[in-house]
Design a binder for this molecule. Structure first.
Ligand code: CA
Length: 228
């Protein structure tokens, strides 16, 4: 059974989310503040997190930051309507998806299922993608860049796999959003910029000009086709 950690300080919302997730077949852990969320995460290693950004003690964004230092666990953030800055920051820090309050619990369950599907989606075949010195093992969801293993979140992996399937092809942010989510949601193109920034940081730490993922000004992104 998959375990989901729900970090939410409003007991009513936490209870509602727990009920819906349990009904959907998940085991649920609840933490009422950010410090408890981090402690529970470290002790129990859940399969995914539903994380309210407005948490006492340790802020939700700091929880994302702390978890992303050593884990690629799927994270769905809960944000207040109008809190666009926090939402974008959360995604830039590596959260995989977001739901805006007030939300439908059914929709939240669907988002949790979707991020988990990205983790263990069975690949169509024993497919490997090679693009220059990048190697993606789709079955194991493993990436190496010039022989170095790079740990990516599910969203970053999908993004890189999409780009790497057609090196040189230019993708708009909207196309990339569709590709990584598998279904079209509220378009949130700046989130793609955040994921691309994280991808670059992991693929080529310390380098100035991005070698792998190129910005195509005014359009979007493309994986370098090896001629750079
Ligand atoms: Ca809150």
């Amino acid at each position: 059974m998959r375990t989901i950690l729900v970090a939410e300080d409003e007991p009513q919302i936490a209870g509602l989310v727990r009920d819906y997730l349990e009904h959907a077949g998940f085991a649920v852990l609840v933490a009422g503040d950010g410090a408890a969320a981090l402690a529970t995460f470290r002790a129990r290693r859940p399969d995914a997190l539903v994380l309210d950004l407005g948490l006492p003690r340790v802020d939700g964004l700091d929880v994302v930051r702390a978890i992303r230092r050593d884990s690629t666990v799927p994270i769905v953030i809960l944000t207040a309507r109008g809190d666009e800055t926090d939402r974008v920051t959360g995604l830039e820090l590596g959260a995989d998806d977001y739901v805006v309050k007030p939300f439908s619990p059914k929709e939240l369950v669907a988002r949790v299922r979707a991020v988990l599907r990205r983790v263990d989606a069975p690949p169509p075949s024993d497919e490997r993608i090679t693009a220059g010195d990048l190697e993606l093992d789709l079955a194991r969801r493993r990436v190496t860049a010039a022989g170095r293993v790079v740990a990516l979140t599910p969203t970053e992996f999908e993004l890189l796999a999409t780009l790497a399937r057609e090196p040189g092809r230019v993708w708009t942010r909207a196309q990339l959003l569709d590709a990584v989510r598998g279904f079209s949601l509220e378009t949130y193109e700046r989130a793609i910029d955040g994921h691309i920034r994280n991808l670059r940081r992991k693929l080529e730490p310390g380098s100035g000009t991005p070698r792998y993922v190129r910005t195509v000004h005014g359009v979007g992104y493309a994986l370098a086709d090896g001629e750079a």
